[in-house]
Design a binder for this molecule. Structure first.
Ligand SMILES: NC(=O)c1ccc[n+]([C@@H]2O[C@H](COP(=O)([O-])OP(=O)(O)OC[C@H]3O[C@@H](n4cnc5c(N)ncnc54)[C@H](O)[C@@H]3O)[C@@H](O)[C@H]2O)c1
Ligand SMILES: N[C@H](CO)Cc1c[nH]c[nH+]1
Ligand SMILES: [Zn+2]
Length: 438
């Protein structure tokens, strides 16, 4: 692949002959299908199913470098969550409250209501919406204490009406974050277990003597978490298999290049596997953004992670026009799309695949990660082609309602009988026909 002169990030031109192949290679994320990871995860899941808490303790000590002997040391109840909240600075308390309120307000709009109607035959038909009984929210802890992911998952579950929210969150080396626990308090989490990785997903899916089995496991995580979620699907529901964070910026060349460099860093700093790409029709502007990257990268706290992410998976891409850029957006189907252009609305109708769309130069993706309101748990690795942001709908399910009168049962039976006989299912036919009035 073409390397940038600075060595920091690749440069491509969509007109180069092999651009499509180069882009495909850049987008490929093979992590979840890695056989070694898969084997490890299958072994962990089997072990947690067989040995429950004993296996959980063992894996937690091994992978999170802890020295715990009993599950009680890995469980945190609500009073301790509140105490953590009280230890935060007033400024952080207030920011967290604003985040929770804005996320709650946004997700209220997603609530689905039950409905019913009476058809011409007199039969009442409808759909009843009910929340899941108990869900597990996974909150990553390996690379950063993602308190905002607590808010995004737990507040959404509570808006849906889920009575019991169990949180799993690894605390490597025993470092428990007050910020994460405070977020759990404000978001209404019922219990926290300081466990992570595949062992946490297995415990939530199958239950152990201490960890209650849940109906669905949601939330982002690393490759072990993502692979485990794929394997427990069926035993429990899952939201999606979310991979490393991504940002795709489309810019017309008129935004401050430092802003765009920092927007790219904002996702690159998550993970060395994270992906940050810029599409722009102006080659000189791409030079300016590259210069900003070179100058600003050393100023980041997480410089090593961001540098690897940009070098291995990042790109600055020259396109012919913004119209062409939009075509590539639909091919890439990014987790986050920033439209850093004048009048971004003019492109909206043509964007078919993106987890979240940030409109205009002032709407940085970082605002969406924390306080805008929409969920930041989003489909990655091109899966925005077929899946949606985590939402209230992930925590609600539907039951169909059918209520016949004697007359409508008789009327419908006249059709159900022949249909059942056509399928050679005579008990079905007779069951329907018993209700036909002479
Ligand atoms: N798509 C989204 O919505 C979204 C949101 C936030 C974060 N993310 C992503 O989530 C990920 C978070 O990853 P993380 O590492 O910080 O936290 P994590 O909590 O997902 O993973 C840490 C756990 O991984 C397990 N683990 C680590 N090494 C292991 C090994 N060799 N064998 C078995 N298990 C092992 C350990 O149990 C550890 O507790 C990042 O990739 C980030 O980009 C995605
Ligand atoms: N950008 C991440 C989702 O890809 C979410 C996050 C949490 N904290 C900061 N950012
Ligand atoms: Zn982020």
């Amino acid at each position: 692949m073409t390397k940038a002169t600075s060595g920091h990030i690749r440069r491509f031109d969509s007109q180069q002959d092999d651009f499509r192949q180069q882009l495909d290679a850049l987008l490929a994320w093979e992590g979840v299908s890695d056989t070694q990871v898969n084997d490890t995860v299958l072994k962990i899941i089997a072990d947690v199913r067989a040995r429950g808490d004993d296996a959980l303790l063992e894996y937690t000590n091994r992978f999170d470098r802890m020295a715990v002997e009993q599950m009680a040391e890995l469980r945190i109840e609500r009073p301790a969550l509140e105490a953590a909240y009280q230890r935060l600075s007033p400024k952080l308390q207030q920011a967290l409250e604003i985040s929770v309120e804005r996320v709650r307000a946004y997700h209220q709009h997603q609530k689905q209501e039950s409905w019913q109607y009476t058809d011409a035959s007199g039969t009442v038909l409808g759909q009843r919406i009910t929340p899941l009984d108990r869900v597990g929210v996974y909150v990553p802890g390996g690379l950063a204490p993602l308190a905002s992911s607590v808010v995004m998952t737990a507040v959404t579950a509570k808006v849906a009406g889920v009575p019991e929210v169990i949180m799993a969150h690894p605390t490597p080396d025993g470092n428990v974050s007050d910020f994460v626990l405070a977020a759990a308090w404000l978001s209404g989490v019922d219990q926290v277990f300081t466990i992570g990785g595949a062992q946490a997903v297995a415990a939530l899916a199958y239950g152990t003597a201490t960890v209650p089995a849940v109906d669905k496991v949601v939330g982002p995580g690393n490759i072990y978490v993502a692979t485990a979620k794929r394997h427990v699907f069926g035993q429990v529901g899952i939201d999606m298999v979310a991979g490393p964070s991504e940002i795709l910026v489309v810019c017309d060349g008129k935004t401050d290049p430092d802003w765009i460099a920092m927007d790219l860093f904002s996702q690159a700093e998550h993970d060395a596997d994270a992906q940050a790409i810029l599409l722009c029709p102006d080659a000189e502007y791409l030079d300016a953004v590259e210069a900003s990257i070179v100058r600003l990268l050393p100023t980041l706290e997480r410089v090593d992670i961001a540098r690897r992410s940009l070098a291995d998976r990042g790109a600055l891409i020259k396109v012919q026009s913004l119209e062409e850029a939009i075509e590539w957006v639909n091919r890439i189907a990014p987790e986050h799309l920033e439209l850093s252009v004048d009048q971004p609305e003019q492109y909206l109708d043509r964007i078919r695949h993106a987890g979240a769309i940030f409109m205009g130069r002032h709407t940085s993706e970082a605002l969406g990660d924390y306080v805008a309101g929409p969920n930041h748990v989003l489909p990655t690795s091109g899966t925005a082609r077929f899946s949606s942001p985590l939402g209230v709908y992930d925590f609600q399910k539907k039951s169909s309602i059918i209520h016949c009168t004697p007359a409508s049962a008789s009327e419908l039976g006249e059709s159900a009988g022949p249909l059942a006989r056509g399928e050679l299912l005579t008990a079905h036919a007779r069951s329907a026909e018993y209700r036909i009035k002479e």
